[in-house]
Design a protein around this ligand. Structure first.
Ligand SMILES: Nc1ncnc2c1ncn2[C@@H]1O[C@H](COP(=O)(O)OP(=O)(O)OP(=O)(O)O)[C@@H](O)[C@H]1O
Length: 232
């Protein structure tokens, strides 16, 4: 058994919007370097769970721990700082800053945490080369393809070697082949840096890149079906 602490854990997580409880006590553990896919029907609570685990939302009850430390009880500014330094994010439409070039977008997490321009530029350039987008590093969002933009979003999520990356439908805006290339980039770069990944997806071809998939339904994680010994 690994003696490394669990990267992320959620315990008995509940979440309520107004009067409606949409998560009804979810437990989840993510091991170091593990890639976990959250699947399930629309409205089952996948994005809400992802936002709770990333500290973007506060649970109504339950606990979220990053490497054993409670994060759901931290102040908003402490959680924002933790997201900047220890987490990475990839969303469906990348969320790149259109006024900046791709390489300026990718180096942003390093620049915002005080790294010098030259070192940040070098790290961003190396990662973009590994992801096959070095040739478009100086272009802006409106001058690149959706797949190139999304690979830049992957590079930005990993450039500061976070412990965990959260990806909400990271391939949702792409065709199947391009989506698979983006997933290869995401999982490959995460394996390289040792980051764990939690991703939300509707697509089996995307979930196939994960080490494990969890099926959500009606605000809960469905337990995997077990086969009783008499059925074997
Ligand atoms: N800001 C909000 N205010 C009120 N209700 C919300 C809000 N966000 C989500 N919900 C509701 O919470 C439930 C879970 O939504 P959530 O977005 O987590 O599901 P999901 O599984 O990610 O869905 P999808 O696959 O469609 O993105 C849904 O019933 C949704 O309508």
């Amino acid at each position: 058994m690994s003696d490394k602490p669990i990267t992320l854990s959620g315990r008995a997580l509940r979440h309520t919007y107004g009067k409606d409880e949409v998560l009804h006590g979810v437990d989840i553990d993510v091991q170091p370097g593990e890639v976990v896919a959250l699947m399930g029907p629309s409205g089952s609570g996948k994005s809400t769970l992802l936002h709770l685990l990333a500290g973007l939302l506060t649970p109504s009850s339950g606990e979220v721990r990053l490497r054993g430390e409670r994060i759901d009880t931290l102040s908003e500014s402490a959680r924002a700082d933790l997201r900047l330094r220890r987490m990475g994010f990839v969303f469906q439409f990348g969320d790149l800053v259109p006024e900046l070039t791709l390489v300026e977008n990718v180096e942003l997490p390093l620049r915002l945490t005080g790294h010098r321009r030259a070192a940040a530029r070098r790290a961003a350039g190396d990662l973009m080369a590994a992801l096959g987008i070095a040739d478009v590093a100086d272009r802006r969002l409106n001058e690149v393809s959706g797949g190139q933009a999304q690979r830049a979003a992957v590079a930005r999520a990993l450039v500061h070697s976070p412990e965990i990356v959260f990806a909400d439908e990271p391939t949702g805006s792409l065709d199947t082949l391009t989506g698979e290339q983006v997933m290869e980039a995401l999982v490959g770069a995460a394996r390289e840096t040792g980051a764990a990944v939690v991703l939300v997806t509707h697509e089996m071809s995307v979930a196939a890149f994960a080490d494990r998939d969890l099926q959500m339904r009606d605000g809960q994680i469905r337990q995997p079906a077990t086969v009783s010994p008499t059925e074997l």
